[in-house]
Each structure stands twice: as C-alpha cells, then as structure tokens.
Write a protein that binds this ligand. Structure first.
Ligand SMILES: Cc1ncc(C[n+]2csc(CCOP(=O)(O)OP(=O)(O)O)c2C)c(N)n1
Ligand code: SF4
Length: 364
C-alpha cells in the first residue's frame, strides 16, 4: 500500500467542476497584448498600459459565484491585479478567506492551475514548484517555450505566520510573485488581530472598552521588511486606483520572470469585520491612501517611487476622516481616545515623511 497521511482522500476528478460552468482559461484568452513593458537604460521598467476599462474584456481568472461576503474587497483587487498579468498563471493560495470561499469541493472558482498549501509555508512550496518547472523545461520534459507566471496569494495573517518562508523565498531569489491582501486581521477564523492591524483598531482579540482601546501597538511595515531582502520589486496597491495597480502587476510579472521574487501588498476592505456597508470598499481604500495611512509606492531595484502623492494634487485628508468611515475605529473619534488618535496620526506622518525622503533620495 502506498504511503500516505491518515485520512487523505484523493477526491474524484470527475466530480470537480468549475462554478457557473466556467471552464479553465487558455493562454490565448489570458493574453490581451495591450500591456507593453520596456526596460530602461537605468535597469528599471516603463509600462505602457491602456486605460483600465480597455482590459475589461479579459476574462476573470477567478469565476464569479464564490462564497465571499457581499462587498468583500479580496476578489475585485485580485481581479484588477490579474488583469495586468498576461498569459499562463499558476496560483498558490495560503489558507484564509480567499482560499476558503473559492474552493468548496467539488466546486472551484479557479480557472487557472491552483494549489492550496499549509498556512505557513506557501512561499516554500511555490518556490519549489518554480524550480521544478525550470528544471523540467531544461530537461526537455516540458516545451522550451513554456511560460508560466507563479503567484502566491496570502492574507496578512499568512504574512505573519508565513513570514519566514516568504523571506526565505525572497533571499533565494525565486522567480515568483507574493501578493498579500491585507484586511488587517485574521478574518477567516473570526477577526483576530494580525501584526498588520493598526494601533487602536478593534478586533476580536483587541477589545474596545474601559480597560482597552483596540490594538495596543502599531502595524508592521511589511513592504519595508520585504524590500530589505533586496528583491527587485516591491509595491503597494488598492482597488480604488486600478490603473496604478495594473501597471504594477505588469512590472511584477516582468521581474518575477526575469530577476527574482516580487512582493506586493494590497489593502482590501472586509465589510464583515470592519463593520462597514458592502458598497463603500472603494471609498474606504481611497481614504486610506489619501490620508497617507496606506501610501501607493513601489521600490524598483532599490529605488523608491511614490506613484500617487495626495499632497501634490491637493487630495490629502486627515487620518481621522478615514477612521470615521469604519465601525471598528469609530471609537477613536470619541472623547477619551484623543491620545490613541494622536499616536496614529503621528506614526502615519512619520512613515509618510520617511517615504518622501526615500522617494527624493536614491540612496535611501
Ligand atoms: C499553522 C496554522 N495556524 C492557524 C491556522 C488557522 N487559520 C486558518 S485561516 C487563519 C487566518 C488567516 O488570516 P489571513 O491570512 O489574514 O487571511 P484572511 O482570513 O484574513 O483572509 C488561521 C489563523 C491554520 N490553518 N494553520
Ligand atoms: S470575512 Fe472579510 S475578508 Fe473574509 S470573505 Fe468576508 S468580507 Fe471578505
């Protein structure tokens, strides 16, 4: 009898069927030909992308009809990102809402090759797959023109528990993209705090009441952690600014294919646990950017560039305006919480000024 773990069921491939009758996508269907990348003399890239609406005809790699809550920001943001990626994609999802709601056997929402892995070692597993792929091409076991982009999708909790594996993949320079959707908590298991939950935010493990005012310490700066591994490309994005996200996806694909690991963090809205209406996700993500809580920028071959500067276009808003939009942070506008609000504002401004300095100085 072949060795296997107790309780593993192989499943019946005959039973596995796509949601809504949406069949797997072909490489041709996933290639728009509308995105142009040109390497510059300084080694960085120029991207020529059409307006976002022109990419609307590109089919969705994740079929509609999955079980995410109404208004969940994960799949709109993921869809925007994937519209900037051309051709064949293999995706690995770490455990979390995105995986759970899209893979209820015998259904699948994934119209491309999909893997699920243990929560904490997705980056290790996918980096192994990347190497297997290149080795099999080298041996002639796969066609010489086989061309696949490898993408790992993870929540912010996955980037806590899987941080070591993600840094390991980055240090080994595997050609793959790690895309973190940040909903500021471990939502699939009941909205526990993650290290990306900001100061003062309410979660099921950072309460609001007489003895506690939400999370007691600031959120970790994951893009800066990943940038410190010297990977060729790091970026941030939100659903509310799709042209920015698509251009970054195109760069991410080029770097993952030619130079090594890419990391991107996309802030998304979780209506259920942020206690907001289903329809306000875009507005909230834009407010997070305009208040400089979540700046849009990239670090390309070590050079930081702010890709959207609300100060320069007169759109800068107070952080308090963003916090007022969410049930989980409404308490911060009430009397008694002034010190926490001031601490959030001070930290947002400190990180923003540091980013501006990095934008202005290629040595930083
Ligand atoms: C090693 C391990 N620890 C804990 C869990 C339980 N667990 C499953 S999903 C999840 C939270 C995931 O959070 P995140 O990555 O932020 O994704 P989200 O649910 O917010 O989409 C946890 C703790 C697990 N599956 N494996
Ligand atoms: S709990 Fe939040 S992140 Fe998870 S599916 Fe619902 S809205 Fe999306």
């Amino acid at each position: 009898m072949p060795f296997d773990y107790y309780g593993v069921e192989p499943g019946d491939p005959e039973k596995l069927r796509p949601l809504n009758g949406t069949p797997p996508l072909t490489r041709e269907e996933m290639t728009s030909g509308l995105l142009k990348i040109r390497p510059r003399t300084d080694g960085r890239l120029d991207v020529e992308a059409p307006p976002y609406w022109e990419l609307a005809t590109k089919p969705k790699r994740v079929a509609p009809g999955h079980g995410a809550c109404p208004g969940c920001g994960i799949f709109p943001a993921l869809d925007q990102f994937l519209r900037g990626i051309e051709g064949d994609v293999v995706v690995l999802y770490q455990t979390g809402c995105a995986m759970v709601v899209s893979t209820g056997y015998p259904f699948t929402s994934h119209r491309v090759t999909y893997l699920h892995n243990l929560f904490q070692n997705g980056a290790a597993a996918l980096s192994g797959l990347v190497e297997v792929f290149h080795e099999r091409v080298r041996r002639g076991e796969l066609p010489a023109d086989a061309d696949i982009t490898f993408l790992m999708v993870t929540g912010d909790g996955g980037m806590d528990i899987g941080m070591g594996a993600a840094i390991g993949a980055a240090l080994r320079v595997h050609g793959m993209i790690i895309l973190e959707y940040d909903n500021q908590g471990y939502m699939n298991t009941g909205s526990q705090l993650s290290y990306s939950t900001p100061l003062g935010h309410m979660t099921s493990t950072s309460h609001v009441g007489p003895g506690e005012q939400g999370k007691a310490f600031h959120h970790k700066d994951t893009p800066q952690i990943m940038a410190a591994t010297n990977i060729p490309y790091v970026f941030t994005g939100v659903e509310g600014y799709p042209d920015d996200l698509v251009a970054k996806a195109a760069k991410a694909q080029w770097y993952a294919k030619h130079l090594g690991t890419v990391y991107g963090k996309v802030l998304i809205t979780c209506p259920l646990n942020w206690k907001v209406e289903d329809r306000v996700g875009v507005e909230i993500s834009q407010a997070a950017v305009d208040s400089c809580f979540f700046p849009l920028y990239e670090i390309e071959r070590g050079i930081t560039r702010i890709t959207y500067d609300p100060d320069l276009i007169g759109r800068r808003t107070p952080v308090a305006d963003w916090l007022k939009l969410m049930g989980k942070t409404k308490h911060l506008s009430k009397s008694g919480n002034e010190a926490t609000l001031a601490a959030i504002e001070a930290e947002v401004q400190r990180r923003w000024l540091r980013l501006k300095a990095m934008n202005d100085n290629p040595l930083l």
